[in-house]
Design a protein around this ligand. Structure first.
Ligand SMILES: NC(=O)C1=CN([C@@H]2O[C@H](COP(=O)(O)OP(=O)(O)OC[C@H]3O[C@@H](n4cnc5c(N)ncnc54)[C@H](OP(=O)(O)O)[C@@H]3O)[C@@H](O)[C@H]2O)[C@@H](O)CC1
Ligand SMILES: Nc1ncnc2c1ncn2[C@@H]1O[C@H](COP(=O)(O)OP(=O)(O)O)[C@@H](O)[C@H]1O
Ligand SMILES: [K+]
Length: 514
């Protein structure tokens, strides 16, 4: 699913209005009906008080139109106009008139107004600012947000939480009204998925307001969401007359005294994603544990007992996963540097190998094209330098990816894969995965997928998606706290099978995100 900028959404609105020969008011009415249907389905006429806070632009217009439908269906409503500007939009005014015709008189809130009392069990609809926000709200509007949050009432945001920009990070938390749920028109927004801005809505859902499908299809975006629909087109089925040689030979290089588990995790997940053969290159101390734990893997040992000191290979791997549990001993750094200078095949670089490259940036020029780098935020910072905010981070990552022709897998709650000027935001995974070793599992998975012939970018997308999906399937049995990296490996099979499960039609009661 594509993630459009505000500018592109405005263009889609305009295009739709012209092509479908409708007025902007009719489009707003569609939006309001979708909002109403969503609420009505859940509330079934319940008399819980709904407080609708409306701005003076089209977001406010949506709120006023929703208020009218709620009133027509007998709901218990109170309407407020947050009067932050004299410049009211045409469709806002039209809908204000329609309310007045029904004898609904909104309360106008301004600087110095007394804030309305709201009970915890009541509902707040936030239609104050939409995607038209272009500067921080005035102090008094921020104070109103604070008041609304302090009531602890459920906040339902229309299109986007008010005060949240679509393409930058708000300077202060109090300038945004945090939402429990956001109903986003037509498409989700990138800000729902970034660490600094995702926290402003607990959940989100898209409401289809009938923007022109062809326009949306043909408009190119910098970012997209990665879900099953995006993954399936490049999934490669297993061929009947294939053999283990068809699916590549992966090599995991890593491990050091006390960190051999990382190699085990990576090797097992590499096998689980379907790599034909897997060999590990480790220091001697790992020989027995590795052979015992993973009978399917082959082992080559370094001359050193406790760390890697020189990488001499008797095999020609199809893909290499480099760095898990490797440590930063001096001899190791040199061995990795020498290895990279000679090696020309696809590589996944993780953990200490990333840190080594960050320390010796000259090594970047030896990375093969489309090397996959899998940094967590701290490792990313070492690679690309510090950033002002999440948007700056993404821009810097794009520049880095372009300059060094590498795929950056920025790990996090929503892992974002960057290749050149494009970003792909993952939708799977859960906080249970915030546990040691899950990153090693990901490295093994991406390596194993590349070994089978997936392009590095595709392998990163599929690997990240399946890794999170595996975590989501597994967590249903373990719960968040008990989830282990090993469980994520066991979930890889079910995650593959899940790719081909036909979605059950989600009933209105059950639907959530994605
Ligand atoms: N277009 C369509 O057909 C459809 C649109 N839809 C809805 O429209 C929403 C976008 O509406 P919108 O463009 O009117 O902007 P909105 O967010 O309501 O802001 C209003 C104005 O406030 C101003 N302003 C900005 N920041 C400010 C600040 N800090 N403090 C004070 N003022 C500030 C700024 O005007 P300015 O003062 O800069 O001229 C801005 O224009 C969208 O989110 C969706 O809900 C749906 O109905 C579907 C159909
Ligand atoms: N809150 C979360 N939600 C979803 N995925 C998460 C979350 N926290 C961590 N993960 C995933 O778990 C993995 C952690 O990797 P990493 O930090 O390298 O751990 P380690 O080095 O211990 O293996 C990443 O793939 C990341 O996306
Ligand atoms: K809003």
């Amino acid at each position: 699913m594509k993630l459009f900028t505000a500018e592109q959404v405005y263009a889609a609105d305009k295009f739709t209005i012209e092509k479908q020969n409708i007025t902007s008011d009719e489009l707003m009415e569609r939006a309001a009906i979708q909002l109403f249907n969503w609420l009505h389905l859940r509330m079934q006429g319940a008399q819980v008080k709904i407080h609708l806070f409306c701005g003076i632009g089209n977001n406010g217009g949506d709120g006023l139109a929703l208020a009218r439908h709620l009133q027509d269906h007998g709901y218990n409503i109170e309407v407020y106009v947050v009067n932050y500007s004299k410049k009211r939009s045409k469709d806002f005014l039209t809908n204000l008139e329609r309310l007045k015709e029904r004898k609904i008189w909104p309360n106008f809130l301004e600087e110095g107004s007394e804030w309305p009392p709201i009970k915890e069990e009541e509902i707040i609809v936030d239609a104050i600012f939409g995607i038209g926000l272009n500067r921080a709200p005035d102090e008094w509007v921020g104070n109103l947000f604070e008041h609304l949050e302090s009531t602890k009432a459920f906040v339902l945001a229309v299109d986007i939480p008010s005060g949240l920009f679509t393409e930058s990070v708000p300077k202060r938390e109090k300038d945004v009204l945090k939402a429990n749920y956001t109903l986003s028109f037509q498409v989700p927004k990138l800000v729902f998925f970034l660490p600094q801005t995702g926290k402003y809505t607990v959940q989100w859902e898209v409401l289809d307001i009938g923007l022109d499908k062809q326009f949306l299809f043909e408009t190119d975006t910098d970012y997209s969401l990665i879900g099953k629909n995006e993954i399936l087109p490049f999934y490669r089925p297993r061929e009947k007359y294939s053999h283990k040689g068809t699916y590549g030979h992966s090599l995991i290089i890593g491990g050091s005294y006390g960190k051999m588990g990382a190699v085990q995790l990576a090797a097992r997940s590499c096998l689980r994603v379907g790599s034909g053969l897997v060999t590990v290159y480790i220091p001697k101390c790992g020989y027995i544990p590795l052979q015992t734990a993973i009978p399917e893997a082959m082992v080559i040992t370094d001359n050193e007992d406790s760390h890697i000191s020189e990488i001499e290979l008797s095999i020609e791997p199809t893909a290499v996963g480099l760095g898990v549990g490797m440590g930063t001993k001096e001899g190791t750094s040199e061995a990795i540097a020498n290895f990279l200078k000679d090696y020309k095949r696809p590589v996944v670089v993780d953990a200490d190998a990333l840190n080594l490259i960050a320390q010796h940036k000259d090594l970047l020029k030896y990375l093969p094209g489309q090397a996959v780098l899998t940094p967590h935020p701290k490792e990313l910072e070492r690679l690309i330098g510090s950033w002002k905010d999440d948007f700056d981070k993404l821009e810097k990552a794009k520049v880095f990816s372009d300059k060094h022709d590498c795929v950056l897998v920025i790990k996090g709650a929503h892992t974002i894969i960057i290749y050149k000027n494009k970003g792909y935001v993952n939708t799977t995974g859960n906080p249970g995965m915030a546990t040691g070793g899950t990153g090693d599992v990901l490295t093994g998975m991406i390596t194993g997928l590349i070994a089978q012939g997936y392009e590095p970018l595709q392998a990163a997308l599929l690997g990240v998606y399946l890794h999170g999906r595996s975590g989501d399937i597994t967590v249903e049995n373990t719960g968040y706290q008990a989830l282990l990296a090993t469980d994520v490996i066991e979930g890889i099979g079910p995650a593959f099978l899940d790719l081909f499960k036909v979605e059950e039609k989600v009933s209105a009661e059950e639907d959530g995100n994605e």
